[in-house]
Write a protein that binds this ligand. Sequence first.
Ligand code: HEM
Length: 394
Amino acid sequence: MSVSLTVDLLDSALYADGNPYEVWRAMREAGPVHHQVAKSGARHWAVVGHEAGKQVLTDWRVFTSTRGTTLRESDNSAPYPGAGKMPVLTDPPRHTELRRAVAPLFTPRAVEKLGALGREVAGALLADLRERGGGDFVTDVAARFPLAVQAEILGIAPDDIPLVLDATGRSADETGDGATGHHDVMAYYLKALGTRRGDAGRDLVGTLLQARTAGLPLSDEEIVLTCDNIVVAATQTAQHAASGALLALLEHPDAWRALRAGRVDPDCAIDELLRFTAPATHVMRTAVCDTELAGTAIRAGDAVAVWIPSANRDGSVFADPDELVLDRRPNPHLSLGAGMHFCLGGPMVRVLLRALLEDLIGAGTSLALANPPVRKSGAVANGLRSLPVTVVPA
Ligand code: HEM
């Protein structure tokens, strides 16, 4: 198949059937770094190789996060909302401070507690799906699961879960106005902040307020933006990871059987499912000085985007990169990022996916595709809108 190397990676048509792996493969074969000019005229360097991608994500002194981490439609050098005020959009030393401020939420003990709750919630959602003989795994399970488990630490009252779920869903809408979703998430936390002073509590807002009391300068705006960063990250990508993982297993019956038979370590399988599905499609940085990346000259101010699913299928790092190999070791995928911005929710993701997998593995019945899945993929995230499943004998 002949693939044009000048294809516009921001073109939504490219993602209609999921990630454009053939395009990325052709690009990788030609080199790890490519100049891209979008239809709008916006330019960026597309990094499709693993080594160069890891370098960009790790070398924050050269590649800053403060100018945005996702490519924009028309001008990648335009000011980015929230820049410098939330963990994902800061560089050290401020980044280290913000990350430390929320660290109490992600201690091994907190994660373990979430694991127990995760098993309970996964059990209830999947039991309900089975009782009905099947349903839509995305709307019935994957979309509800991450927030149902994490609501308490995120400071979201049970009655407010649908409202926040709707807002985070809109915030990630690549075809509409994601800004309204972010706006509603921030309005929710601004209100929470207003009622919380003096009574910090142990959830997200409370933890940030405690950091402020302990002496960290932290404005209300930074608190609200940090909440937005964490809540959107905690719900959307985890949803895509869960539904993507199930689809990958249903499409690879041998792997699914091996997992169910206990022949594969579930933690190892989770890493491979993350590599293979790659819920985050690209992560952007901006060069702060003239530099060189894999032999390509990059100028100060240039936007550089790491195309994660492509890096995850780089044949110089992963044997049989297009195969789902559940016991793949080592597995240095970039699905959760790399370096100091490595996903803060990494341990959460693992316990959430493990809880779902354990329930699916242990069930007396199995699931099968009832109808073809409907994609919700784009240049920012790779997910499913719908995954109709039916209950079948194990
Ligand atoms: C499978 C699900 C997830 C995927 C694929 C994912 C992916 C990522 C990636 C690629 C980054 C790096 C961004 C960058 O370098 O600019 C990141 C950062 C981050 N993630 Fe996740 N994430 C997931 C789930 C979560 C969850 C459940 C949480 C919260 C509980 C979370 C919170 C964050 C935060 C706060 C950051 C920013 C960290 C920083 O800048 O230091 N993520 N995530």
